[in-house]
Ligand binder design. Structure first.
Ligand code: SF4
Length: 633
């Protein structure tokens, strides 16, 4: 029986299936010879199907009538990114945070078995296009021509790497075939028309504008989460933040100073009165990036829910994600450096100057941290420590391999452990989207082991599926009950330790508005903000104004002495880190120093002899006046 006859089946080993193998092979040879004779060798006339949506064309000439749609981060970030791009001459519109309707669109048009953020974000775009088309009476073709969607993408090991395909599938099935989704690849720029015809100009101005928008969004959000739980007048923080965002927005559009806009916002925020004697439980929100960042139904408005329950949210910033990507670059470069010559993979280092690459990554890390602190200082967001990515990686690596990169990688594990070890918060809340591969492994697997190792921790993992709001919120409430008790106990113990009452603390803040300002941040001493502030001011309570001033001066002096004593150790640690992070930078600095040293020594010598000459000249007795000629005569 021939293999193309009905009823054919492959033989089981040892069984005679009645196939004449030699005849089959002869037939194949004949068919191949025929194809070669007709088609001229291997040249077969095949027209491959090509998906035009894979290569979206957004051209310069289309800019005037094309609107770029942005979405995906927090409301503040999206708003400021829109401003930055408007300032560069693009027409931009923000799509609101995805809601449950977006999820329904996503599930209707997306593939089965995706993770929840895929459904939310893809569905949000389909929903926008459908509703906008209906509102403006535009057909699908017009919508495809009029709009372009710009979003982040990656080739990540989890479903993040398949977002582009998901967008294409859902848009096509929803009737928007050919819609242009421009994926801003995390590591590789943007896929679009190239050269002078590129619709989006990926120049330094573009990146600088995005960076400013992201960092400004971070510090503005940070101020909100810091102050809202303690404000005495409900809504005061949000009103001040709305003004601040508007000023920063206008600065980005009009190319005026973003820093000045933030300073203006600080003045507004500085007027808000807060009650720092309320021991609110501080909750660190970690988990999958999108699920912990969104402010909509994607996490059941988790941040606002926690605040409505009296908690203070400790959120993760987008800047942290940028720092994580730089860490990835450094870590991988160091590992791949040992494979040079044998590593021919796409990311192999080949002839790359490794020292230069490490130096650039190191400088980028420094620049981002510097910009964050500068923006933070302007708006009043002081005293925040951006995470040390090496510390997180080292802390986590025993429990989660640093080379496993899906989702947040090892960050979730490292952050949780550090929260407990350094008593940073009262509770850690991990957000795991339904269907998320990496987050399931971490939240359900690894973190369970970590809670066993640190039984004092309060850890709550939640799963967001879009339809479990009540269950999730009641679960969070249960854990919050414990966290609230921990915060109250901590505060009561601090009052007892310093021998003061809550009324005395309140009276002190009333009398010293500088210490009660929301722009001020007390040094970290406990899990909660109220306890931190109490530790800072307890020693001043009951003292006269002169006593407060004296004590303050003494404290400042002892802090300065302690800082001076710690300086050599700090410098040594910094040097070791520098050597590790960027040996070439240190090497170059050394060479520069060796070149500059003799010149500086020469200059110093010349200066010293100049001064010595001046001293000698000044010290010489004035010359006696010469005798008049007539006297001599
Ligand atoms: S980390 Fe999880 S939720 Fe996020 S894209 Fe990957 S699989 Fe989806």
């Amino acid at each position: 029986m021939s293999s193309n006859q009905p009823g054919f089946r492959l033989p089981v080993l040892g069984e005679d299936a009645g196939i004449d193998i030699d005849a089959e092979l002869r037939k194949l040879d004949e068919e191949a010879a025929q194809t070669a004779a007709v088609g001229g060798g291997l040249k077969v006339d095949t027209e491959h199907w090509y998906d035009a949506m894979v290569d979206p064309q957004f051209k310069k000439s289309q800019r005037g009538d094309t609107t770029l749609l942005v979405s995906g981060l927090t409301a503040a970030h999206d708003y400021l990114v829109k401003a930055a791009m408007t300032g560069l001459g693009y027409k931009v519109e923000v799509i609101d945070a995805p809601d449950n309707d977006a999820l329904r669109y996503g599930k209707e048009f997306g593939n089965r078995g995706q993770c929840n953020p895929t459904y939310f974000t893809v569905g949000n775009l389909v929903k926008f296009l459908t509703e906008r088309g209906r509102r403006d009476r535009l057909g699908a073709r017009d919508m495809v021509d009029k709009y372009v969607f710009l979003t982040a993408g990656a080739c990540g090991p989890c479903r993040f790497g398949m977002y582009a395909t998901e967008y294409r599938k859902a848009l096509r099935d929803a009737g928007f075939d050919g819609f242009r989704v421009m994926l801003f690849q995390q590591k590789g720029g943007l896929k679009q028309a190239t050269g002078d015809d590129a619709g989006l100009e990926m120049n330094p101005k573009f990146f600088l504008g995005l960076l400013k928008a992201i960092i400004a969004g971070d510090v503005i959000n940070g101020m909100g989460y810091r102050m809202r739980p303690y404000e005495l007048e409900a809504g005061a923080t949000d009103r001040a933040l709305a003004k601040t965002k508007l000023w920063v927005h206008d600065a980005l559009v009009n190319h005026t100073s973003v820093l000045a806009a933030l300073v203006r916002g600080r003045r507004e925020l500085g007027r808000i009165r807060c009650d720092w004697t309320r021991p609110a439980p501080r909750v660190s929100i970690i988990g999958e990036f999108w699920a912990m960042t969104t402010e909509g139904d994607g996490n059941y408005q988790l941040q606002r829910f926690l605040e409505s329950e009296g908690a203070e949210c400790d959120i993760q910033f987008v800047t942290n994600w940028l720092l994580f990507m730089l860490w990835e670059g450094r870590y991988d470069t160091k590992l791949r450096a040992e494979l040079r010559g044998v590593d021919n993979a796409r990311k192999g280092l080949g002839k790359v100057d490794i020292g230069k690459k490490l130096a650039m990554l190191f400088v980028a890390d420094l620049a981002i941290r510097g910009a964050f602190h500068l923006f933070g200082a302007c708006v009043g967001f002081r005293g925040y420590h951006l995470p040390d990515m090496d510390e997180i990686a080292e802390t986590a690596h025993r429990y989660y391999n640093n080379n496993v990169r899906g989702g947040e990688g090892h960050m979730e594990v490292g952050k949780f452990i550090l929260n407990v070890l350094h008593n940073k918060v009262h509770m850690t809340l991990s957000v795991k989207p339904f269907g998320c591969m990496p987050s399931s492994g971490v939240s359900d697997g690894v973190q369970s082991m970590i809670t066993g190792l640190y039984p004092q921790s309060i850890f709550c993992a939640i799963e967001t599926s879009g339809d479990g709001k009540v269950n999730v919120q009641s679960r969070v409430q249960m854990y919050l009950f414990k966290a609230r008790q921990a915060a109250q106990k901590e505060y009561a113990e601090a009052l007892a330790q310093f021998g003061v009452t809550a009324e005395q603390v309140r009276a002190f803040f009333d009398a010293h508005p500088g210490w009660a300002s929301g722009l001020h941040r007390a040094p970290h001493a406990a899990g909660g903000t109220a306890a931190d502030r109490l530790h800072e001011v307890a020693a001043f309570i009951g003292k006269s104004p002169a006593g407060v001033a004296r004590l303050r001066a003494r404290r400042l002096a002892s802090q300065a002495i302690a800082a001076a004593r710690a300086l050599p150790g700090r410098l040594a640690r910094m040097r070791a880190k520098l050597m590790e992070k960027s040996p070439i930078l240190v090497q170059r600095a050394k060479e520069e120093w060796n070149d500059a040293r003799p010149i500086l020594a020469e200059r110093a010598k010349a200066r010293v002899s100049q001064v010595a000459e001046t001293v000698v000249r000044l010290g010489r007795p004035p010359a006696a006046p010469s005798a008049p000629a007539h006297a001599a005569a």
